[in-house]
Design a protein around this ligand. Structure first.
Ligand code: TRP
Ligand code: SF4
Length: 328
């Protein structure tokens, strides 16, 4: 509980997939010797999902369960819900006064997403969506975070965050905000079971909360070498999703499997059975930790509420400084 001040967040997309597990395990490692704030970005979800809020509470619940299963510990980290710390909204508003529109309009994620959603027939050219990275800057700066563990796609947002911090400090003549750095962790890229990018919307994912039987079924459906028809046909593991997964979940044996596959000495069925067993072994400690929280929505609500109270103490302190600096 000292080290750096770390902050990160995720939009509540519901059940996470095993590709997210290494991200969460990295967050969990960081909580051992840093002061960590991890939050569920429900307001950010509304920037694109304002018209589909029916499942929001359910999604928050499922995501928090996955976080706890992955090892995030409410005793070590401050786990909270963005919408329960209204100070984020106040800082976002005040930042909106000093942020040139062009900074937001030129953000690469803005135009990309606008177009992507447009192709799906959804117009997100709203005030709120344009301000997404600015709200994110408020999320980060209100805790004066030094470091923000994020994926590479978030680097433009971190850059904007630093620019806003600099501008604020310059305008009001004191160093209220630090300039937070991105913490890029090496996370292995897991393909979906069909070889495309893993995503719930493609139905090619394996959920962190999958049962042992569900894992076996998903692995059974994984795409293998299409040229292999008979068990003793020589295989091409480099084009096989199962082989990619062995490289992550079964590192000690992957080389041997590659050799046996090329020589036509192992069939896809036992190869998949072995992989499913290895994935299940990796998920077992996650299942074990989840058990404590499953079916207890009251307990989860308490965790977020006490986390939000704690977060608010820090956020309120920063806001007092901000108002003072701005003369508000
Ligand atoms: N934009 C982030 C994402 O899509 C989520 C997020 C919102 C976030 N606010 C944040 C991440 C603050 C880090 C810090 O993944
Ligand atoms: Fe893939 Fe294993 Fe079949 Fe080879 S034996 S093609 S690695 S599933």
């Amino acid at each position: 509980m000292q080290g750096k001040r770390i902050l990160s967040g995720m939009r509540p997309t519901g059940k996470l997939h095993i590709g997210h597990l290494s991200v969460l395990q990295n967050w969990a490692r960081l909580q051992e010797d840093n002061t960590c704030f991890y939050f569920i970005a429900d307001w950010h979800m509304l920037t694109t999902g304002f018209d589909e809020t029916a499942g929001l509470k359910e999604n928050i619940y499922h995501m928090l369960l996955d976080w706890l299963g992955a090892g995030l510990d409410p005793e070590k980290s401050t786990l909270f819900l963005q919408s329960q710390v209204k100070e984020h909204a106040e800082l976002h508003l005040l930042f909106s006064m000093i942020t040139p529109l062009s900074w937001l309009e030129r953000c690469p994620t803005y135009k990309d997403q606008l177009q992507q959603f447009g192709e799906q027939g959804k117009d997100i050219s709203t005030y709120g969506f344009l301000g997404y990275p600015l709200l994110q800057a408020a999320d980060i700066l209100i805790y004066k975070a030094d470091a923000v563990p994020v994926g590479e796609d978030q680097l433009p947002h971190l850059e904007l965050c630093r620019e806003v911090a600099r501008r604020f400090n310059h305008l009001y003549g004191r160093r209220v905000f630090p300039e937070p750095q991105a913490l890029l962790a090496k996370v292995p890229l897991l393909p979906g079971i069909d070889g495309r990018k893993m995503s719930k919307s493609y139905h090619n994912d394996i959920a962190i909360s999958a049962s042992p039987q569900e894992v076996e079924e998903k692995v059974r459906l994984m795409i293998t070498d299409p040229a292999r028809i008979h068990k003793d046909d020589p295989g091409h593991p480099e084009v096989c999703v199962v082989h990619t997964y062995h490289g992550i979940y079964n590192l000690p044996e992957v080389e041997e499997i590659r050799g046996s596959c090329r020589a036509g000495k192992v069939g896809c069925v036992p190869c998949k059975k072995l992989l499913a067993a290895r994935i299940n072994a990796a998920l077992e400690p996650v299942r074990e930790r989840r058990r404590k929280y499953e079916g207890r929505p009251g307990l989860l609500r308490d965790i977020l509420e006490s986390g939000s109270v704690k977060a608010r103490e820090t956020a309120a302190r920063t806001m007092a400084e901000v108002r003072e600096a701005m003369g508000v």
